[in-house]
Design a protein around this ligand. Structure first.
Ligand code: ATP
Ligand code: MG
Length: 582
């Protein structure tokens, strides 16, 4: 199951069932979803779930999914985030649902609703912006006032909250339509300072659902906006902007996370009160992804970046899409993961193991096997001729014999992994020990004859002899031995910087209490200089490599010709346990 998303075999769920029924009954003829990120940070793996759901529905029902920047908060939003969000979405859906991506045509004027339906156009297309609808949204606000469904309120934010809490009506609630229209126009014209007035819907101050207690629709903010500049000093709130943006774009199924369930009556009330032509969009909610050993909200991720606890938004330890891409996780792994976890209505915590499983499952099938030693210890094979080099045959991928074989040079001086030698090993240790034997993968069985230490007592060199009759695959290679270890030929090895990442937090739920930053794992990054087999000099950024017995690795963009940098994407599961049992 490498990429079920691309195989049209998405598991069904309650939202897809609703869409299927709406299509069957003819309620909607074209399925149109949207993914509406606020451009106040980089996308994370939680967004992957929402993207795969919204694009998945569009893909399966032959529809369109718009990307819309939900940008109604001028202070927090930036163009850098818009660009990163678009790059991440293209990366994630490309090769799968790119043809379902609805983008804005660069045409001026015209009927908003048909203009924004979303067809791909060559060069000029970009995401939709809620802020592009500030004019029509304002016109809808005027219409609500005219219908007696909204009023301008002079109470402060604190007072408004308090009155809503206790269910008390605003003293400004019964202003005349004319007075409300005048004040709203003057709010827009910039006559009042921040916070002086708001526009509120006039619904029901006794409603059990707090969101229906005359919610605020517009507030005054004299602040420059990343997309509209200084054109506006009043900004619509999420609840007002969102349902109308959905309506303007012709969205049929507006899918969001559970915390918006209580907003749904307001979503419906606003669209109903405006007497809009049908069909109207409908909102559906699903449980957001929570993942162990990480934090997911953009606000918290931004703190980690701003406080330099990680190296930028694409730090491979972060759960951001760009961080995971840099770490070596592929788009197909993320889509596979999103499909495996499924869509439900019940909040839950997903174990990060599920993500790691998706990585191993794919990389096991696709990664090229290579030899590399992360913590090298020198081995000299004293009975192997000086100056001799043998080219040994090694399989590139036992899971995919089509990946072929390659030659690995073997010579008298080698490196093995520090952890593969122990002077006084515990029971059941089948790697190298003084006087003990081990097989070098693809090569010979060697015996450790002598341990040479430096002045500090550290192992500097292991002097070994090889059983020259025991070559792997050779005519005389029938000797069986319990341990097999990896190695590289010292004379032929190339150096690489290897970044070994571990979980960023030490506890499964860093978010649950206290300051999440106090749970940061101080050992989440170890950088080593590894000795790698020669062929890794040709490593390509788009390929994945299994360093045998160690894990899966990918080139980091910091790599330069002659200076390799690899990231460990994920370890092999139970590597040592398995090797010990062999
Ligand atoms: P954050 O707290 O990370 O900023 P958000 O909900 O404020 O999250 P938005 O940019 O508003 O982020 O989200 C865009 C879309 O992605 C929304 O529809 C939201 O419901 C969805 N989304 C955000 N986080 C998750 C998550 N963890 N799992 C599933 N969907 C998510
Ligand atoms: Mg948000």
């Amino acid at each position: 199951m490498s990429d079920p998303a691309s195989e049209n075999s998405a598991p069904s769920d309650f939202i897809r069932d609703i869409v299927a029924e709406d299509v069957r009954s003819g309620k909607y003829t074209n399925v149109h979803t949207r993914f509406p990120p606020e451009p106040n940070g980089y996308l994370h793996i939680g967004h992957t779930k929402a993207i795969c759901l919204n694009f998945g529905i569009a893909h399966e029902f032959g529809g369109i999914c718009n990307v819309r920047m939900d940008d109604t908060n001028p202070e927090k939003e930036e163009t850098e985030y818009v660009d990163s969000i678009m790059a991440d979405i293209h990366w994630l859906i490309d090769g799968w649902a790119e043809e379902n991506l609805g983008l804005k045509q660069k045409s001026e004027g015209g009927d908003q609703r048909s203009e924004v339906r979303g067809q791909r156009s060559e060069n000029q297309a970009g995401p939709f912006f809620a802020s592009d609808y500030f004019e029509p949204i304002y016109a809808f606000a005027v219409r609500l006032v005219e219908k007696g469904n909204a009023f301008v309120c002079d109470m402060s934010a604190e007072q408004t909250d308090e009155y809503r809490r206790i269910g008390k009506e605003s003293p400004f609630r019964n202003r005349t339509v004319a007075e409300n229209l005048d004040l709203l126009a003057r709010m827009k014209a910039g006559e009042f300072p921040d916070g002086a007035r708001t526009l509120r819907a006039k619904i029901d101050m006794q409603a059990p659902n707090m969101w229906l207690r005359d919610p605020v629709l517009y507030r005054i903010r004299h602040a420059a906006h990343h997309h509209t500049g200084d054109a506006w000093c009043i900004y619509p709130l999420y609840d007002f902007a969102h349902c109308l943006s959905d309506y303007i774009e012709g969205i049929t199924h507006s899918v969001c996370t559970l915390e918006f369930e209580v907003h749904r009556p307001l979503y419906d009330w606003l669209l109903e009160s405006l007497d809009l032509p049908r069909p109207l969009p409908h909102q559906y909610e699903f449980a957001r992804l929570n993942l162990t050993y990480t934090v997911m909200s953009k606000r918290k991720l931004k703190q980690l970046v701003d406080d330099e606890l990680v190296n930028g938004w694409d730090d491979p330890r972060l759960p951001t899409i760009s961080g995971m891409r840099r770490r070596g996780v592929t788009a197909s792994v993320l889509r596979d993961f999103a499909y495996r976890i499924g869509i439900t209505k019940y909040p839950s915590m997903t174990e990060v193991d599920a993500l790691e499983y998706a990585m191993r499952d794919e990389f096991n099938k696709t990664a090229l096997r290579r030899l590399a030693v992360l913590h090298p210890v020198k081995v000299v094979i004293t009975n192997y001729p000086e100056g001799k080099t043998e080219e040994l045959e090694a399989v590139n991928n036992p899971e995919d014999l089509g990946a072929g074989t390659r030659k690995v040079p073997f010579s008298r001086e080698l490196y093995i992994e520090g952890a593969d030698f122990m002077e006084t090993p515990p029971p059941k240790y089948f790697r190298l020990r003084p006087g003990g034997e081990v097989r070098l993968k693809y090569a010979y069985i060697i015996r450790c004859e002598e341990v040479i230490k430096d002045s500090s007592g550290k192992v500097a060199e292991l002097r070994c002899t090889a059983d020259l009759e025991s070559k792997s695959g050779g005519a005389t290679s029938n000797r069986k031995i319990k341990g097999t270890i990896h190695w590289v030929s010292a004379a032929h090895a190339i150096d690489a910087e290897v970044r070994l990442y571990d979980r960023l937090f030490t506890v499964p739920e860093p978010d649950s209490d206290g300051d999440f930053k106090s749970f940061i794992n101080p050992h989440s990054l170890e950088v080593v200089t590894a000795k790698c087999e020669l062929s890794l000099g040709e490593a390509k950024p788009e390929l994945r490599y299994q360093f045998e017995r160690l894990g899966y690795f990918a080139l980091d963009p910091d790599s330069r010709p002659g200076r390799l940098v690899f990231n460990r994407t994920i370890t092999l599961r139970d590597t040592w346990a398995k090797e010990a049992k062999k």
